[in-house]
Design a binder for this molecule. Structure first.
Ligand code: SF4
Ligand code: SF4
Length: 156
């Protein structure tokens, strides 16, 4: 592995020194589906733009990632950009600085057990497809897990 001593990103915890070995080759961005939808720009690639951001935990690109793992597979430096993205999301979320829709989505899951609204159309579509009615019986368990792990506290 080639190691280039880039400036360490102090936002990442101790063991995550990925920013030091990323040599900004753009291969991850070339394979990133989100980057392609947004329009690929080799001077401003998805991953190292995050690494260089003054406040990567709230960078808009952070929340566009679909966690497809493609960047992990193709990176020649074993940087594992997704693990960095996940860590930064967690940090932004815990500090209450994630986008509002993220908290709304989490609340929806805790209330209904689904990550999308169950509307009359949803129910009709499922019926037409021969699928069972939406089942929210696991909501109690989800809330129990969220409570015992301290996750509910983070939403206050
Ligand atoms: S593929 Fe790896 S080394 Fe290349 S820019 Fe992406 S994270 Fe950095
Ligand atoms: S995991 Fe995220 S950053 Fe990596 S290629 Fe997929 S969408 Fe892009």
């Amino acid at each position: 592995m080639i190691t280039i001593d880039l400036k360490e990103n102090s936002v990442l915890p101790g063991g995550m020194r990925q920013t030091e070995v990323c040599f900004e080759c753009s291969v991850c961005a070339l394979h990133c589906i989100v980057q392609h939808v947004a329009g690929f720009d080799s001077k401003n690639t998805f991953v190292y733009d995050l690494f260089r951001s003054d406040d990567p935990a709230v960078h808009r690109a952070l929340w566009a990632c679909s966690s497809c793992h493609k960047c992990v597979e193709v990176c020649p430096q074993d940087v594992d950009p997704l693990s960095v993205i996940v860590h930064l999301r967690e940090k932004g979320f815990n500090e209450g600085r994630a986008p509002a829709y993220v908290y709304d989505l989490v609340k929806l899951v805790l209330e209904t057990g689904y990550a999308f609204p169950i509307t009359k159309k949803t129910q009709k579509d499922r019926e037409e497809l021969g699928l069972s009615a939406p089942d929210s019986s696991a909501v109690g368990e989800i809330r129990c897990i969220a409570s015992r792990t301290g996750f509910l506290e983070k939403l206050k």
